[in-house]
Design a binder for this molecule. Structure first.
Ligand SMILES: Cc1ncc(COP(=O)(O)O)c(C=O)c1O
Length: 447
């Protein structure tokens, strides 16, 4: 048995959290407005590999090993938005397994790089930020195809009950003990929903009066790890009838709160922690004896590139004495041009495109390669791959004020398409967020 008083361990896995080795809870001061309600952040980056998902990775592997599904020299494959992959990669290292992680290029570069650094075989795909089960070219489909090979196994955090169980066995009991049974509200952001469902079941089992509150981002958000209401409908572990309330928080508020947590409460919280806290503050009143626990899934360091995009003032200025191996000034400027173009003036949501198609009748310009276009595209969309736009100018409207919407798979290449059109002088062009995948997620028709 590890001695958690002395905190001297024989190996890293002894640090996995549990009732006798809980992650810390810290009371929030300046970021909460209450006089009476006490709000505690449960700091999940104190797990050994940096996130709440270490619990899930460890429990899914333990469960699969006990069932005899996973064993010596196992090859794992798991679609991931980062944290589960990072936890699994380390558990795989400890166990002598290998792991392949198909994931979206929209996931912050920090997480993709660290996955490789930990030894995972990372496959980068043009998927949306949250892998969608139906997307034919998405991370989940790719992982399933790999898992169909005889020597691979996919633990599948989106469906595996051991994800929920991880929280019934560890997080829930920790919180119950840390609050001495006084918790009145449990708050968590929603991704796979393992956290909310597992903690909800455990805490309501102890006291049915504990309120279980789920927080989700808006459509088109860029907070890794969490899902909008529409994206949640695809998640098997999402059981809304077991939660007392669901709250939506917008992207801007989430990032702003994360910054406040860092600057005011000295808590190095990432964006989904900011989101969860905003949700708690929206729904919970100031009242005597209220004890609120909010899960803070991971810390800020994995999201430097997201923060530089949201708060350009914190992005490093290009410096003359940058190391020769770093990106050139031209590359940095191009990156920041692309990042800055993701602003509300240059992008448009699927719902707005639907309205525009009725009214302004914009030209839909699908900038993917012909093979992708022919699999399915928005009705009436013209196909000119981004690399060919400049040469095929003759096919574009003569009027430089004509409305044009650029579209791709998920809303990345369409940004480049929009920039190329702007460089050709088109003044009324926007890139559609979410791309064809986002369009299909809404059940809208393609041809
Ligand atoms: C950063 C972050 N926040 C929140 C969550 C949501 O947790 P869950 O998947 O248990 O719903 C995740 C899950 O990946 C995450 O990585």
């Amino acid at each position: 048995m590890a001695d958690h008083q002395r905190r001297v361990y024989e190996e890293m896995l002894e640090l996995l959290s549990g009732e006798d080795n809980p992650t810390p809870m810290v009371r929030l001061g300046k970021t909460v407005p209450y006089q009476q309600t006490r709000v505690y952040a449960k700091l999940e980056w104190y797990n050994p590999f940096g996130a709440v998902k270490d619990r899930v990775a460890a429990n899914m592997i333990r469960d699969a090993e006990e069932r005899g599904i996973v064993g010596e020299h196992q090859k794992l494959v798991e679609p991931t938005s980062g944290n589960t992959g990072l936890g699994l990669a380390m558990l795989a290292n400890a166990r002598g397994y290998t792991i392949k992680t198909p994931l979206s290029k929209a996931i912050p570069a920090e997480k993709r790089t660290m996955l490789r650094y930990f030894g995972a075989d990372v496959e980068e795909l043009d998927d949306s930020l949250c892998p969608a089960p139906g997307a034919p070219e998405g991370a989940i489909a790719r992982a399933m195809a790999t898992a169909a090979q005889p020597d691979y196994h996919m633990l599948n955090q989106y469906e595996n009950e051991a994800n929920i169980e991880a929280h019934i066995l560890t997080t829930g009991p920790e919180i119950w003990r840390q609050t001495q049974g006084k918790i009145t509200h449990f708050v968590a952001g929603l991704g796979t929903c393992g956290t909310i469902t597992g903690n909800g079941r455990f805490l309501k089992g102890k006291n049915p009066e504990v309120k279980i509150i789920g927080v989700h981002p808006e459509d088109g958000h860029d907070i890794p790890g969490v899902r909008s209401l529409r994206q949640l409908k695809q998640t098997k572990l999402y059981h809304p009838d077991e939660y007392d309330a669901l709250v939506e928080v917008d992207n801007r508020e989430s990032f702003a709160m994360s910054m406040r947590l860092n600057r005011e409460d000295c808590i190095i919280a990432g964006p989904s922690s900011g989101m969860a806290l905003c949700g708690a503050l929206k729904i919970i009143e100031d009242q005597p004896d209220a004890v609120v626990v909010v899960i803070f899934p991971d810390n800020v360091f994995k999201y430097a590139s997201s923060f530089a995009r949201h708060f350009p003032e914190v992005a490093a200025a290009p410096s003359g004495d940058a190391p020769a191996s770093g990106p050139s000034l031209k590359e940095e400027l191009l990156d920041s041009l692309v990042a800055n173009s993701r602003n509300p003036h240059d992008t448009v949501e699927v719902s707005v495109v639907q309205e525009m198609l009725e009214q302004e009748k914009p030209l839909l310009l699908d900038v993917r390669i012909a093979d992708q276009y022919s699999v399915g595209h928005l009705p009436g969309a013209l196909n000119i791959p981004v690399a060919e736009i400049a040469h095929r100018r003759g096919e574009l409207p003569e009027n430089l004020d004509a409305p044009v919407i650029t579209v791709c798979n998920v809303g990345n290449a369409s940004i480049s398409g929009m920039l190329v059109l702007k460089s050709l002088g088109y003044r009324n062009v926007k890139s559609m967020n979410g791309g064809t995948a986002g369009w299909m997620d809404r059940g809208l028709p393609t041809e």
